[in-house]
Design a protein around this ligand. Structure first.
Ligand code: AHR
Length: 824
């Protein structure tokens, strides 16, 4: 963005209390990188003072303060930490053999559903696994699976191929091969004696060379029908021998989490009840765990089920916190008189986790390999639910759970719409979620100073900088770090907090940003990953009162291009004009030269020009055409738009800093039910329906912090899109580690330039005068890590020395520093 670092810059920070739910995030997947990242300050030297009252420690820091939230989102489990290499192993995903390639001279392959009355009868593998693949062989055939964008084969490592097969007349052997991406054979073996009845066959395979983009091939030759099911290829090497991908599990362990919230999120709510996480369907033999369509856009095998989550928590040394559906999905509510099953599921979950081995559900846990209780202490009732339906269902679950298990601590949701939460019975904890800009998080650094010290404790169960974050940049990490200083300072009230989401397969980003990014063989953490790690690994036991005197800074204004777009809709746009505040025409497009001057984007989008209008005719998600300049701040955009077909209306984009940015006026969004301003969250929303074959007049004006939108001459939005508040430049918190005696001072500099800071430690006893400083920073606020440069933005540790109980240090702009200072 061009030249915005002057001290007159006056905008940023969403005024709206911006919770963001997965309902709108299904559209809000990716956010911008480059622009509006940097708080503007005058670049002259700044000074500050931080005082730490070492002699008068305050409250204990909650031992469970820093944890992780693991949701089955972004292929974090299948294609992620659950290391099944075959995609669609049980052929339940679709009516066609999705993710499998079949080739044969004359044979054919099809997914068939069990039919025991058929001729011939097609028996199911078991009562829950009713689809299988029927290969009608007429000569030679091959069947291939690429897994999740390639299978990671490590030279010399062991892989177990296990599949169920049965045959009608087909009597040839089946050859299994592990192939490299170029087709060369890395390992092979044969399966013989396929019977008329379903039987499992196993092969141990060891690749001679490694390839992160390998594939599995099954081939055979003969005549007749071969049926396959549950074709599974699993690496033998798993984390702690408990079945998870080691590098990803280590990446979690490295965060030193004190709790593990699971398995969602929206995955717990489900878009509807048929597609929500029912823990009882995720336990037992994996071939009875029916895959389920996940709200985040894929089938979940449930290979990482309730048992495995509990095991993961134990292996991480983290308290499990199970989030269970409250009888509300995104679309439905269970009638009050039918809540019995929901209540029973909650009670049974506790029994499964903690009950004796002779109890109904405790015995299932023991059978799975864990006779000892998992010691589940925390449960969350619902996710992002609220309003009257939630208030009615909360006591039903809570009273039943507490009657049987009074020791379980129960977490209530904060309503996304700000309506009052449940009070009877009083929750042990209330879960708050924040997805906002870096500056909003900086503003929130002291919000918990005002919270009541009595009543329910706070669990900040989901938070992340999602605006102006790129795919997770340094500036986002700095916003989060500033916020986290406030959580530590108030950890007598905020007793748990977790970033969200945790993991993303780089080939399936359903939400952005995500803390840990991976492909089939490697991963990297966002700069924010290192913030999480530094806080958790330098927590301390007791808070030391800390005051900060530092200059205020003015955030830079948002700026960027304009654009038009669609979501599952075909539409056309004409008479596009952008005017500056002085009336100067910045852009006028009659499309005489086709799409020249426009950047057209979108997977499968079909942009073109016809009859003087810019048309997009593919009914695909997230199609955009962008024009204009990155440094445009204030302007009026006018145009006409007409829907051709599809399920929604128009996207009118503004302040677009890069191709991933999603700051827009969404007209006819949410399946053509609403019209809203979206920027990191839905800032304003009104009911709206867009008709096809009708031209609409559109006017969008951004001016300073204000945004106005007119549809057909009617003002529909008039909001403070941004806020002019200044932000503090320095944020700090201090703690003492009882065992080592170390003082731990965490300092965030949210300004652009370095700040020369005096750190006054007010110690009652002399200090040795040495220690370390671990600093997370980078050249540019927009800097990110990647698979190619995983540690580009990562902490560096250096020695620190000082005398007396005061030291002076320059904290670089956009930095997070942890000072660890021994006291003995
Ligand atoms: O963290 C991603 C999603 O954000 C979660 O599923 C949901 O709880 C929230 O809307």
């Amino acid at each position: 963005m061009g030249g915005q670092l002057g001290s007159t810059a006056v905008k940023t920070v969403l005024e709206t209390r911006s919770f963001r739910s997965c309902r709108n995030m299904i559209k809000l997947k990716l956010y911008s990188t480059a622009a509006a990242l940097v708080a503007a300050v005058s670049l002259q030297a700044q000074t500050a003072k931080i005082s730490v009252d070492v002699a008068h420690p305050s409250h204990a820091i909650s031992p469970t303060l820093w944890g992780i939230f693991f949701e089955d989102i972004n292929l974090s489990t299948d294609g992620g930490i659950y290391p099944e290499l075959v995609r669609n192993r049980s052929f339940e995903d679709a009516d066609t053999p999705q993710y499998w390639t079949f080739s044969a001279g004359r044979g054919r392959a099809a997914v068939v559903t069990a039919d025991v009355q058929g001729h011939p009868a097609v028996p199911p593998l078991n009562a829950f696994n009713r689809k299988s693949l029927r290969i009608h062989a007429d000569g030679a055939f091959t069947l291939r699976n690429d897994g999740y964008w390639g299978m990671n084969f490590v030279a010399g490592a062991g892989y177990t191929l296990r599949l169920a097969a049965r045959a009608e007349r087909f009597d040839g052997p089946v050859t299994a091969k592990l192939l490299a991406a170029d087709g060369s054979i890395l390992a092979s073996g044969q399966l013989t004696d396929v019977d008329r009845d379903w039987q499992y066959h196993t092969l141990e395979l060891t690749p001679t060379a490694g390839d992160p983009k390998g594939k599995l091939e099954l081939s055979g030759k003969g005549h007749g029908d071969l049926y396959l099911d549950m074709v599974s290829l699993l690496p033998k090497n798993t984390w702690k021998d408990h079945g998870l991908r080691p590098d990803l599990a280590e990446s979690l362990a490295d965060l030193h989490p004190r709790f593990l919230r699971f398995p969602g999120g929206c995955w717990v709510e489900g878009d509807d009840f048929a597609h929500m996480n029912h823990w009882k369907n995720t336990i037992g033999d994996i071939d009875t765990r029916t895959p389920l369509w996940n709200i985040w856009g894929y089938n979940a095998t449930q290979g990482l089920g309730f048992y495995e989550y509990l095991q993961l928590a134990e292996d991480l040394g983290a308290e499990p916190l199970f989030c269970i559906n409250v009888g509300m999905s995104h679309k439905e509510v269970v009638p009050l008189d039918r809540m019995g099953q929901w209540i029973q599921d909650a009670l049974d979950a506790v029994e499964y986790a903690n009950g004796p081995t002779n109890s109904t559900w405790g015995s299932r846990r023991a059978q799975a390999g864990h006779p000892a209780p998992f010691n589940l202490k925390y449960m969350e009732i619902g996710n992002e639910n609220g309003g009257p339906d939630y208030l009615e269902r909360w006591p039903l679950l809570v009273n039943a759970i507490h009657a049987k298990y009074p020791e379980i601590r129960l977490v209530a949701n904060t309503d996304l719409k700000g309506r009052p939460g449940p009070t009877t019975p009083e929750p042990d904890m209330v879960d708050e979620h924040y997805y906002e800009s870096p500056e909003s998080f900086m503003h929130r650094a002291d919000q918990y100073d005002q919270y009541s010290r009595s009543g329910a404790k706070i669990f900040v169960g989901e938070y992340a900088v999602t605006q102006h974050a790129g795919k997770g940049n340094l500036r986002a990490a700095i916003g989060e770090a500033a916020f986290m200083t406030g959580l530590e300072r108030n950890s007598d009230v905020v007793i748990m907090a977790s970033y969200a989401p945790l993991l993303v397969n780089l080939n399936h980003r359903a939400w952005n940003p995500d803390l840990i990014n991976f492909d089939s063989s490697a991963w990297y953490g966002l700069p924010g990953y290192y913030v999480q790690k530094l806080f958790a690994r330098n927590q301390g036991d007791v808070y030391l009162p800390t005051t900060v005197e530092s200059p205020e800074v003015e955030p830079a204004p948002s700026a960027g291009m304009i654009g038009v777009g669609t979501w599952n809709t075909a539409a056309e746009f004409k008479d596009v004009k952008v005017t500056g505040p002085d009336g100067q025409v910045l852009l006028a497009s009659d499309f005489d030269h086709g799409t020249n001057g426009w950047t057209v984007l979108g997977n499968g989008a079909n942009w073109g020009v016809q009859d003087g209008a810019l048309r997009q005719t593919a009914e695909r998600e997230f199609t955009r055409a962008l024009a204009g300049k990155l440094d445009w701040t204030d302007y009026t955009l006018t145009l006409k738009a007409r829907k051709i077909s599809g399920s929604e209306g128009f996207l009118i984009l503004f302040h677009i800093a890069d191709g991933d940015d999603r700051t827009w006026w969404n007209i006819g969004g949410w399946n053509n039910t609403a019209d809203g301003i979206e920027s990191g969250g839905t800032l304003d929303s009104k009911p709206c329906r867009i008709e096809s074959d009708r031209w609409y007049d559109i006017n969008l004006t951004v001016s300073g912090k204000n945004l106005k939108c007119w549809l057909d001459g009617k003002l529909v939005h008039d909001i403070n899109y941004e806020k002019a508040d200044k932000i503090k430049s320095l944020y700090a918190t201090s703690a003492q580690d009882k065992e080592s005696g170390d003082l731990i001072v965490k300092v965030v500099n949210a300004g652009v330039g370095p700040i020369e800071t005096t750190l006054d430690l007010k110690s009652a006893t002399p200090l040795p005068g040495h220690g370390t400083a671990t600093v997370l920073t980078s050249d540019r606020a927009a800097d990110e890590n990647s698979l190619a440069e995983p540690l580009k933005v990562s902490p560096k540790t250096e020695p620190v020395s000082f005398s007396g109980d005061s030291l002076t240090r320059s904290f670089p702009g956009n930095s997070f520093t942890v000072l660890r200072l021994p006291t003995k």
